[in-house]
Design a protein around this ligand. Structure first.
Ligand code: A3P
Length: 319
């Protein structure tokens, strides 16, 4: 009896030792089209960058970490509302101000260690998030983020491109007003020689498909979640539930986190009984634009919007 047990043990040991390591016969392909070997390498490289840039651990167990998620834009799309609403989730640690690391050379030259030092202290289980709306329209940014960490999850909040322009104009108008400077009437910046002014920077920022093409050179669609900025204004909860899902977060954000403030005309936030609305610079009245000019803008954006919808395989309820 004892001899047969010993024989079985020795046979098992022999089979175990002689078993070759399990190497896939060919690399498997993931949804992004990259081989699993590449993904594995990318993940190891990303985690090694995280380790190299990790700042000192606080006695409470938190530390500053590179963001695993970035809100890349678009300017005036509702980026502040999005990051504030996302911060309602206990699994999120959000940077308070816009870091402009990847788009401003003087910041970028300071390196990833500096970038990490701009981040909030977070627990290991939390996702660090920063938002810099100018990233979306800056052509050098996608490659830079990819090189930091190709597994970065990107959030992009968009609204009707014409509305976005009016919001953009209003922002610049108030910035200049603060500096006691005048700004041209909106018709003057929108129209040049009777046609749409293609040199107007705000117009270019609303050509979403052009910028999106740059991002798709580096990130698969599955890494970019587009938030509907118009819907976030009208009914924020469903949009936020989609963001939770995209980031693999537990379902924490709920209806009690939002209430409609009639005076502001927007949803405001409630967290642990504390209520607050966004700053007064968010949700400003836009200038009245003559309807023929508006119609011209809506018409102008039809084709660029169609190209954008095709690019991301999804449509939006824009003019
Ligand atoms: P307007 O001020 O033109 O209405 P960003 O934070 O990217 O600069 O975007 C600002 C826009 O966020 C605002 O543009 C506003 O429409 C929108 N927004 C979305 N949800 C909001 C909310 N709950 N409160 C205030 N503004 C909100």
């Amino acid at each position: 009896m004892r001899t047969s047990v010993m024989a079985a043990f020795l046979l098992g040991l022999f089979l175990f030792v002689s078993q070759p390591p399990s190497v896939p016969s060919r690399p498997t392909v993931n949804e992004a089209g990259a081989s699993s070997k590449t993904v594995d390498y990318e993940q190891r490289r990303a985690s090694s960058i995280q380790n190299q840039t990790q700042t000192a651990v606080h006695p409470n167990g938190t530390r500053q970490q590179l963001p695993q998620t970035i809100i890349i834009g678009v300017r005036k799309g509702g980026t502040r509302a999005l990051i504030e609403m996302l911060s309602l989730h206990p699994g999120i640690a959000a940077a308070e101000s816009e870091v402009h690391f990847f788009d401003w050379e003087d910041h970028f030259e300071k390196g990833l260690q500096w970038y990490a030092s701009q981040m909030p202290f977070s627990y290991p289980h939390q996702i660090t998030v920063e938002k810099t709306p100018a990233y979306f329209t800056s052509s050098k940014v996608p490659e830079r983020i990819y090189k930091m960490n190709p597994a970065t999850r990107l959030l992009l909040i968009l609204r009707d491109p014409t509305e976005r322009i009016l919001s953009d104009y209003t922002q610049v108008f108030y910035n200049r007003l603060q500096k006691h400077k005048l700004y041209q009437p909106i018709e003057t910046v929108l129209i040049k020689n009777g046609d749409i002014n293609m040199d107007y920077k705000a117009l270019n920022r609303s050509l979403y498909y052009i910028h999106m093409q740059n991002w798709l050179k580096y990130f698969p669609l599955s890494h970019i979640h587009v938030v509907d900025g118009n819907m976030l204004i009208k009914d924020p909860l469903p949009e936020m539930k989609r963001v939770e899902k995209f980031l693999n977060l537990s379902a924490e954000i709920n209806a009690s986190n939002f209430y409609f403030n009639k005076t502001k005309g927007f949803y405001c936030l409630r967290n642990h009984g504390r209520e607050r609305c966004l700053h007064e610079s968010k949700g400003r009245a836009h200038p009245q634009v003559a309807s023929p000019i508006l119609a011209k803008l809506y018409q102008f954006f039809h084709e660029p919007n169609r190209k954008f919808f095709q690019l991301i395989g999804r449509t939006f309820d824009w003019h």
